[in-house]
Design a protein around this ligand. Structure first.
Ligand code: ZN
Ligand code: ZN
Length: 390
């Protein structure tokens, strides 16, 4: 038994060491009751207007430690241009072919969601349909009203619903379609009311974070997704050499399977990790922060409370002093990078030259923090306390 435990400890050590030695892999721990899956639900390939083969997308995702991707080609005329020009053989290359190539290449190493992007002018803009069955049918429905962006989209979304798809409004903050402000048009409100909006892409690699979309997801109980929308090879878009990652959607699933991903998205259990920040809901972000930033030890001494944190994730954590700790002094701004530890010493406020001790009658003491880069709403970071007892 002892040997078994030692092996386990050694293996755990190896896992941490390998995460540090392969910084390209995104490491995010599971939370209580759920597996934390890392996903990118918006990816293009050479079959529409991107520059890489679908198999490369699979290799890039595995290399970065992802669990799930969606291939989401523009299902509109861009595909047809390649077919018409003879680059692709018409009989073989329907609008689902890139997904099939990716799926085959992924095997059991990566989950691949069958998706498609309907791309129209604003409103209604671009929408991803995930878990579709046949993109050609989606396209046919949009083309019935090709002259009208909203009617074309409605036809496509209706067909997506018939196929049992999960539907997301993409990049509402794209500067080309939202040059001066990010707003929900009346057309979006109607789609939302009619049940065509399950999620919004609150982070897109080309457009960045949309605080408006974050708030809309909270207000209307929609899933929050953060994706790459990558068209170039990833190494050209993401500065891996300096520790950057693509934006990912964190999916809190009961199991690592396509069914598990779908169930979690339907239940709105998702968050976004992008550019060192995490965006989501408090109910997921609080346990996520606890899983990423472990409290290794808390000591309540006569003159100080000593807290050792360990960041076991790829997410850097920025901590500031929280409200309610004004009678204590400790570091007011600390960044705890991935896979590092940091020790706080919180002491009663100085009384002249004398270092005071905590009142002996106090047996419990809370030190308060704000995780500045864990956003549970637009501009709303997550607060937490660490309790010391003696
Ligand atoms: Zn788009
Ligand atoms: Zn796209």
């Amino acid at each position: 038994m002892k040997r078994f435990l030692l092996t386990l400890v050694a293996l755990a050590g190896l896992a941490t060491a390998s995460a540090q030695l392969t910084p390209n892999k995104i490491v995010v721990p599971d939370i209580e009751g759920y597996k934390t899956l890392k996903g990118d639900f918006h990816i293009h390939t050479v079959f529409t207007d991107a520059t890489v083969w679908p198999v490369t997308r699979v290799h890039e995702a595995i290399w970065e430690g992802l669990d799930v991707i969606a291939i989401t080609e523009h299902i509109d005329t861009r595909h047809q241009k390649y077919v018409n020009s003879g680059v692709f053989v018409k009989e073989k290359c329907d609008r689902d072919y890139s997904y099939e190539l990716a799926k085959k290449a992924a095997g059991k190493k990566l989950l691949v969601v069958h998706g498609g992007e309907i791309s129209r002018g604003m409103p209604p803009g671009h929408w991803n349909c995930l878990f579709v069955k046949d993109n050609d049918d989606l396209c046919a429905e949009t083309e019935k009203n090709d002259h009208d962006h909203v009617l074309a989209m409605e036809g496509g979304l209706k067909e997506a619903r018939n196929q049992g798809a999960f539907i997301m409004w993409n990049h509402p903050n794209w500067c080309k379609q939202a040059p001066n402000e990010t707003k929900m048009w009346k057309e979006h409100k109607k789609f939302l009311k009619d049940g065509y909006m399950d999620a919004i892409e609150i982070y897109n690699m080309a457009c960045g974070y949309s605080p408006e979309a974050h708030e809309w997801c909270l207000e209307h109980n929609l899933a929050m997704l953060g994706n790459s929308d990558c068209h170039a090879p990833f190494f050209m878009e993401v500065d891996y050499l300096h520790g950057a990652h693509r934006p990912v959607t964190l999916v809190f699933a009961t199991e690592k399977s396509l069914e598990g991903v779908r169930e979690a998205l339907d239940a709105r259990r998702s968050a976004v990790f992008a550019e060192g920040n995490v965006y989501g809901r408090e109910q997921e972000l609080r346990p996520l922060l606890e899983a990423c930033l472990k409290v290794n030890s808390v000591q309540f001494k006569a003159k100080e409370v000593v807290i050792e944190f360990e960041n076991v994730s790829s997410i850097p954590v920025t901590l500031t002093k929280g409200a309610g700790s004004e009678d204590t002094w400790y570091a007011r701004y600390v960044v705890i990078p991935p896979f590092t530890t940091y020790t706080y010493k919180a002491r009663p406020l100085l009384d002249g030259d004398k270092q005071p001790a905590f009142d002996k009658a106090i047996t419990e003491y809370s030190v308060n923090f704000v995780a500045e880069n864990f956003y549970i709403g637009a501009g709303k970071p997550l607060s937490f306390s660490v309790k010391a007892t003696r």
